[in-house]
Design a protein around this ligand. Sequence first.
Ligand SMILES: [Zn+2]
Length: 128
Amino acid sequence: MRGVCPRCGRPAWIYPKNKGSNIYFEAVHVEDRTTCYLGPEVYKYVSVTHDLDLKGALEPTLERVLAYLKDAVVMLEENMEEELRKVKDVERVYSKALEVEAEVRRLLQLLRRVKERARAVGGSGAEG
Ligand SMILES: [Zn+2]
């Protein structure tokens, strides 16, 4: 498929390539036929040990990170609730909750800045 290379932003053809039982993607730049490696859609072996679907560069970074964040929130919910049910190491869970809270504050500040800039630029739907 013809598109834009998600790694370098140049116009490219995106091709799936079979390697053993896996399918990887590669961008071949229209201009000079050089390539960028995009990885698989999902790194299945790594994902098994991380409980996250780690994705290749085929999907844009912002979409990938948002999917990771959503997965991470679900994992935090499950793990923290489970740890609290065990009532074994409540201090550790409490301290992790404080760390998560600090990251959420940073995230909220980032979102405030992004929304202000989006409103200033006047992007479509950038209200509220
Ligand atoms: Zn590229």
